[in-house]
Design a protein. Structure first.
Length: 292
């Protein structure tokens, strides 16, 4: 087994190689003067299983392009099997045509990967309108979850905590993590009657006053959803507020904006970022051990 990366997730790739006693061989990726991609493998691939470890963030478009070029090159060089480990798989949120003429990006992304790689392993993909990965992928896929790792982190670092999903879509993560560590979970719903009259309700009423509120979401992008949930939690008497995201996109100065509201941000290392506190390598090791 040979492990490589297209630039993102290099730290995870190196950890995986060490734990799996596999060879880590970095790719050479650059560009010709006209901007065309230059890509080169630096080890013999014939007869080998190649694992490409690449989160599709930052630069999801370039990441997808690099993975396809790397996979097709590996096939041409004689690799017997190509596994893509994408801790964060971009484009999954675009799962329908919201307006006439729009591209359903998730389907296009899946078609490209179906042709290029033999197997896909990913962590907490954003399945909303799709019930399973098999609705768009024809290759075998492994859908891992970081929930037990997040739950264990919360158990070790918090007390008197309650777990909150910032909206109904994210409640599935909050509820599952809460079950792991046997604490309460709820989802907040805000109804605005006027500029001065806003009512906050919990779908499953629990006591928040004086508690450490941990807001859990699969994706933290601009931080707006987290900020709104935090405002609601504070109105209900929350003591401290922490946001934990599986995938920290954290665009448009999201971390700074949340810090100004006294919201601490913690993420897994599915996307490398200074807020990373939760390592998802153990679940990737377990999945790849089954591929040997």
């Amino acid at each position: 087994m040979i492990i490589t990366s297209c630039g993102n997730s290099i730290n995870i790739a190196k950890k995986l190689a060490s734990k799996l006693k596999a060879k880590f061989s970095p790719l050479t990726i650059g560009a010709f003067p006209d901007g065309d991609l230059y890509l080169k493998f630096n080890t013999e691939l014939k007869g080998q299983t190649l694992v490409i470890v690449q989160s599709f963030q930052p630069h999801p478009d370039q990441s997808l392009f690099d993975v396809i070029f790397a996979a097709e090159t590996a096939k041409d060089l004689g690799a017997k099997k190509i596994i893509l480990v994408a801790p964060y798989l971009a484009y999954m949120r675009q799962d329908k045509r919201f307006n006439p003429g729009e591209c359903i990006s998730s389907q296009v992304m899946a078609k490209l990967l179906n042709k290029s790689v033999d197997r896909l392993i990913t962590v907490d993909p954003h399945l909303h309108r799709y019930r399973s990965m098999q609705e768009i992928f024809t290759i075998p896929t492994v859908k891992l979850t970081s929930n037990p790792l997040i739950g264990e982190y919360i158990r070790k670092h918090f007390s008197k905590e309650v777990i909150v999903g910032p909206d109904w879509e994210s409640y599935q993560w909050a509820e599952d993590i809460a079950k792991h560590i046997r604490v309460h979970a709820t989802v907040l719903k805000k109804t605005r009657f006027s500029s001065r009259h806003v009512e906050v309700k919990m779908i499953h009423p629990i006591e928040i006053k004086g508690k450490d509120v941990v807001i859990v979401d699969d994706i933290i992008s601009t931080g707006h959803t987290i900020a709104e949930a935090a405002k609601s939690a504070r109105k209900l008497g929350a003591r401290n507020i922490t946001a934990i995201g599986v995938h920290g996109l954290l665009v448009e100065d999201a971390v700074e904006k949340l810090k100004k509201q006294n919201i601490r941000v913690i993420t897994t290392n599915c996307i490398e970022h200074p807020t990373n506190k939760i390592d998802i390598t153990p679940i990737l090791v377990e999945a790849l051990n089954k591929e040997k």
